[in-house]
Design a protein around this ligand. Structure first.
Ligand SMILES: C[S@@+](CC[C@H](N)C(=O)[O-])C[C@H]1O[C@@H](n2cnc3c(N)ncnc32)[C@H](O)[C@@H]1O
Length: 240
């Protein structure tokens, strides 16, 4: 039987090959803007506030579970020294292609965000984590590792999905969403999910988990998409 992470990797590789929208690389306009000093990291319909990122020039940034050729090239164009770590080689291929095309020096690492042992303590100024924690059964190993690899004063910018995405299912007969699932959610508990592996974490895990690891939360924002159950949130945690 495949491990959870082998199955996730297989699922993501397949979706990257099918060119889903979250596997699309940065546009020329996004890269130009970043080179002009205005790195805009998309977050739902919004962007991560510029002050969360600060001046990226010369900063060591880990783009965690953030392959796909979007965030890492934008950060590198803004002058950051970027490492991107991801479970999916097909997603990392997008960063390889962008790095070659744009002549960017991006360090590419194939690995699991639950184990950052290849990185030394206090080695990054910023860890940026695009929506991806719904692929791990437990967020705590990730938060602990992020805290360890951040320098004092370093920032953890995490983007995640609000639990409403998992609590609600669409009831076609009633023509509306209904709150039917208890949290935390696990796709394996639902017969119709096949090989798909996904976890819905509670806000207690996302917020309480970061606080428990020692982060001081200094930023929070949300971005609502058209579908009422598609609500993203972002936090800025600082290691002090
Ligand atoms: C929805 S994509 C996010 C990246 C994308 N660039 C974006 O704009 O949102 C989620 C990413 O998390 C990665 N991922 C999932 N589980 C992971 C794990 N355990 N360790 C590292 N990366 C993981 C996937 O391979 C995928 O590239």
């Amino acid at each position: 039987m495949k491990s959870i992470f082998e199955q996730v990797e297989k699922n993501i590789n397949r979706l990257a090959e099918a060119d889903v929208n979250w596997a699309r690389p940065a546009s020329a306009a996004q890269l130009r803007q970043a080179r002009d000093g205005m790195a805009a990291i998309p977050f739902g319909k919004a962007v991560i506030p510029a002050e969360w990122l600060g001046n990226l020039h010369g900063k060591k940034v880990l783009c965690l579970a953030g392959a796909g050729g979007l965030q890492a090239p934008i950060l590198a164009c803004a002058g950051a020294m970027v490492t991107v770590l991801d479970l999916s080689e097909r997603m990392l291929d997008r960063d390889r292609e962008m790095a070659a095309q744009e002549r960017l020096d991006i360090r590419i690492e194939h690995g699991n965000m639950c184990d950052l042992s290849r990185f030394e303590d206090s080695s990054f100024d910023i860890v940026l984590n695009p929506p991806s924690l719904f692929y791990v059964p437990d967020v705590m190993p990730v938060f602990r590792e992020v805290y360890r690899v951040l320098k004092n004063g370093g920032r953890f910018i995490m983007i995640a999905t609000n639990p409403i995405a998992y609590v609600c299912d669409y009831d076609a007969a009633a023509g509306c969403y209904k709150a039917v699932n208890r949290m935390p959610y696990c796709s394996a508990d639902h017969d119709d999910q096949g090989d798909w592996v996904e976890y819905g974490h509670t806000m207690e895990s996302y917020i309480g988990g970061q606080l428990q690891c020692g982060f001081v939360l200094t930023g929070y924002m949300e971005s609502q998409m058209e579908d009422i159950t598609e609500l993203y949130f972002a936090t800025k945690g600082e290691k002090r």
